[in-house]
Design a protein around this ligand. Structure first.
Ligand code: ADP
Ligand code: MG
Length: 322
């Protein structure tokens, strides 16, 4: 839906058109933009941009919230099972909406399997935990997922296999999963930005997967000289994902590679890619490790309200389970 942008201070018909052309079609988009982003648009000075953003924030009611309001907002958080009760339990029930959860680990540690399983679980009523007061709102239409695949590892047949293992129709899952293959970081960022359009077209997108978050950035921006630019773009991408999680009550899950830490003397010898940008933008961070046979260990190591903890689960032909 396009808002009437001419209600904003200093915005006439032609500026409104320029805003819309640049994708700022409603108050919320403007309210969450930065002054720099808006003043990039021809004819909008930094001063004007600041005024426009302030006004849009007022229209959207963005500002200080009381603790009670925040508690009420927390009540709208719902959870999606990972498929493993052990793993769900260290996450206090499952993957949380309104948050970004990162799974980092070496090749074969099970990141992509967890992403596939989440798409399957989204179609399984008893794998979703929703408070009664928001049940109708969330479940008003079929739940849908968007899977941004940067490594070409999405496999529909694996989805079908996992679905059949829990007695649901694999075709249903595939019907309700949009898959976007991103060959570079620009495509990846664009796909993430387009998810809002899908929602506005009426798709009830409640799960967003980015597998992998960092590989395109890592391939394209090599060398120290490119690091700042890479981090800046990655930061913008994370902001898009956080916004989706918040505004539309989505579960957002991303995968990340790990790199060896040559400087590690004590403690972890491996570290998730992306540095502080990813670290601050992800609400929950989980490290995956291969154990004996089909066993895997997940370690939750960064959460705003949960203790660090480890869980053991399995990955077999049935999918992710205890
Ligand atoms: P990554 O962390 O690199 O994304 P994956 O999630 O792709 O790793 O995990 C790959 C592993 O998952 C395989 O090595 C295998 O152990 C397991 N796996 C994948 N598909 C199946 C399957 N159909 N049956 C049993 N195990 C599987
Ligand atoms: Mg993978």
């Amino acid at each position: 839906m396009v808002d009437d942008l001419t209600k904003l201070p200093g915005v006439g018909q032609s500026t409104a058109e320029k805003l819309i052309e640049a994708g700022y079609i409603d108050y919320m988009k403007i309210a969450t933009a930065t002054i720099g982003e808006l003043s990039d648009i021809e004819g909008i000075s930094e001063k004007a941009a600041a005024k426009i953003i302030t006004a849009a924030r007022e229209y959207c009611n963005i500002g200080f919230k009381s603790g009670v309001d925040l508690l009420n907002q927390r009540k709208t958080v719902w959870k999606l099972s990972t498929g493993s009760k052990e793993l769900d339990s260290i996450l206090d029930g499952g993957l949380e909406s309104q948050s970004v959860t990162e799974f980092a680990g070496m090749f074969g540690s099970g990141k992509t399997q967890i992403m596939h399983q989440a798409c399957v679980n989204l179609q399984c009523d008893d794998r979703i935990m929703i408070d009664d007061n928001i049940k109708d709102e969330i479940l008003q239409k079929p739940l849908k997922a968007v899977y941004i695949d940067t490594e070409g590892t999405f496999r529909p047949e694996r989805i079908v296999q996992m679905a059949e293992a829990i007695g649901i129709d694999g075709k249903d899952v595939l019907d309700n999963t949009f898959v976007a293959r991103a060959y570079n970081s620009d495509m990846q960022m664009l796909f993430a930005e387009k998810i809002e359009d899908l929602i506005k077209e009426g798709h009830n997108i409640k799960l967003v997967v980015v597998d992998s978050l960092t590989s395109t950035f890592r391939n394209e921006y090599t060398g120290r000289g490119k690091l700042a630019e890479r981090q800046q773009k990655l930061g913008r991408h994370m902001a898009t994902l956080n916004k989706l999680a918040d505004l539309y009550n989505c579960v957002v899950i991303v995968t990340n590679q790990v790199a060896a830490r040559p400087d590690a003397f004590f403690g972890a010898s491996e570290q998730a890619i992306g540095g502080h940008i990813v670290g601050h933008a992800a609400t929950f961070r989980i490290f995956l490790r291969k154990a004996k046979g089909d066993k895997r260990v997940a370690k939750l190591y960064d959460s705003p309200h949960l203790p660090d903890a480890e869980a053991m689960f399995k990955i077999t032909e049935k999918g992710v389970h205890d």
